[in-house]
Write a protein that binds this ligand. Structure first.
Ligand code: ADP
Length: 269
């Protein structure tokens, strides 16, 4: 523990008492470490596309290039510029969420339409994956925020599609447990090595294999899912078999009983 004494002064500037503040040093060091990790992740990941753009720019400035080459190089610069843009906006979304985390006014919400609407976003006639939602007709309300949960589902569903081959099936489901609702997104994709199943939730972490590299990404999606679910007092985890597929689970506590309803259950049957 670290002790600080803050002098409290009266109107004439005399010290009248000392306000003692104790800070938990371990906690502060942990915070500093997190910030350092964050800064190094941000600078490393944002520098890569920037370096590529600058490299190509310098090359075309210093060398004669024909029209076709120029088009190729511009294409690469545009792609890298977009990547940088995705990284920055994703990172800002995350920071914005963290800053507002304690001010959200969570309310009792029905999770069912959120899952159905998110699934519908990905299920177009030209979609290359088959999306199947299997939800019970009755689910109790959970404590949450519609936009945030949309975002969390969106991230899980877009990953399920991104990391599985065309023609694969993606299953969405939900079940009621004692005092929580568990939802899942299951794919038939590339799977995740057992030792990386916690790591993938870290900010900017991307699995370093061919299939993951091929899929465009920022390494922010799952970190945001974890932030959101944790803020809602829930839990997120993955079960997976390499080469066979992954199932991401989210558990959210059921909203407490109110005077108005038993636990606010909604029957959609
Ligand atoms: P990204 O933008 O890279 O998709 P995420 O934070 O959403 O970032 O995911 C982190 C990493 O976890 C991905 O780069 C990928 O390697 C792995 N991953 C996420 N979802 C899946 C999935 N459904 N199947 C296989 N790997 C996945």
């Amino acid at each position: 523990l670290e002790a600080h004494a803050v002098p409290l002064k009266n109107d004439s500037g005399d010290v009248v008492s000392l306000l003692g503040i104790t800070l938990n040093i371990t906690e502060r060091k942990e915070l500093d470490r997190c910030k350092d990790e964050m800064i190094s992740a941000v600078s490393h990941d944002m520098r890569t596309p920037l370096a590529a753009m600058l490299g190509y720019l310098q090359f075309v400035m210093e060398n004669p290039v024909d029209e076709e080459q120029m088009r190729d190089y511009l294409g690469i610069m545009y792609k890298e510029g977009n990547r940088l843009n995705d990284l920055i906006s994703g990172f800002l979304d995350m920071q914005r969420f963290k800053a507002k985390r304690n001010t959200y006014n969570f309310k009792s919400i029905d999770i069912r339409p959120i899952v159905v609407e998110t699934a519908a976003l990905f299920a177009s006639p030209s979609a290359k994956h088959h999306i199947v939602a299997d939800l019970p007709s009755h689910l109790p309300l959970v404590l949450g925020d519609e936009l945030l949960l949309h975002q969390a589902f969106n991230n899980l569903l877009s990953n399920a599609i991104k990391y599985s081959p065309d023609g694969g099936e993606v299953n969405l489901g939900a079940k009621l447990e004692e005092d929580s609702v568990t939802l899942w997104v299951k794919d038939e994709g590339i799977g995740i090595q057992p030792e990386l199943r916690d790591k993938i939730f870290d900010i900017f972490y991307r699995v370093d294999n061919k299939a993951s590299r091929r899929a465009n990404g920022t390494g922010l999606g799952l970190a945001l899912v974890k932030e959101i679910v944790t803020a809602l007092s829930g839990r997120v985890w993955v079960e997976s078999e390499l080469g066979k597929g992954s199932t991401f689970y989210i558990t959210l506590p059921v909203a407490k009983k109110t005077n108005h309803s038993e636990y606010g259950g909604v029957d959609n049957s």
